[in-house]
Design a protein around this ligand. Structure first.
Ligand code: ADP
Length: 228
């Protein structure tokens, strides 16, 4: 297994829109995320952080450049192959939980495992273990609307880890929470990441949280630069 969990090479992305006609968001982004490494992504608003995370997570395609996840080159392959890599090896967490409202917390973590071929019993076991790890096992039977913001995000972390991915990508995962809750929820995320030996790229505006990761990169003018 490759020691590099995520390799981004020469990524460019330009959006065509009204005025100005073109927005060149990424101008050659390179990044190597080693196995077990947690990297903070900091960027001014509008710099292209969500664009970068979506491309890295195979939810969008770059104009140029390649994305390699867990030794598999995803660029230039079929949608079906990319979906397979994403489902198996990438976990994604958004600023808002995006849990399915009509399903319970447990079901939200079970469903991606079923889609990936797990048995229902194994999927439920894993979901309960994950919920227990982040301290919300007692809320397993509740729908998202009955959970607090912090609990919703903890469940979203469990869902992202459900299929034992190699890479976790997170876009301001605690950006929607009050500062006290944000700190605890971030701690829960980091302990899941560390325990699983996951590689993580986590966008945050919060420099205290960023400092708890192994290193920091800044997206500015379409390229990534090391910080510090
Ligand atoms: P960030 O997450 O850093 O705030 P985004 O990646 O969301 O930045 O957006 C970067 C720039 O690209 C912004 O100027 C935004 O308006 C533009 N942009 C993002 N998505 C699209 C799109 N689908 N079509 C056109 N422009 C877009």
């Amino acid at each position: 297994m490759s020691d590099v969990a995520l390799r981004l090479t020469g990524l460019t992305k330009t959006y065509l829109q009204g005025t100005p006609a073109e927005v060149q968001v990424l101008r050659g982004v390179d990044l190597e995320l080693r196995a077990g490494e947690a990297v903070a992504l900091v960027a001014p608003s509008g710099a292209g952080k969500s664009t970068l995370l979506h491309i890295a997570g195979l939810l969008d395609t770059p104009d140029q450049g390649t994305v390699e996840v867990a030794g598999q080159v995803a660029s230039g392959t079929s949608d079906r192959k990319r979906t397979g890599i994403r489902r198996q090896d990438v976990g994604f967490v958004y600023q808002f939980h995006h849990l399915l409202p009509e399903f319970t917390a447990l079901e939200n973590i079970v469903l991606p495992q079923l889609a990936n071929g797990a048995s229902e019993a194994a999927a439920k076991d894993r979901a309960m273990q994950l919920l227990d790890r982040v301290g919300v096992a007692a809320r397993a039977g509740h729908r998202p609307a009955a959970l607090s913001g912090g609990e919703q995000q903890r469940v979203a972390f469990c869902r992202a880890l459900a299929n034992v991915p190699r890479v976790l990508l997170a876009d301001e995962p605690t950006g929607n929470l009050d500062p006290g809750t944000s700190d605890q929820v971030f701690e829960a995320l980091m302990s899941l990441v560390r325990e699983a030996g996951l590689s993580a790229l986590i966008a945050t505006h919060n420099l205290d949280l960023a400092a708890r990761m192994d290193r920091m990169v800044r997206l500015e003018n379409g390229v990534l630069k090391p910080v510090g």
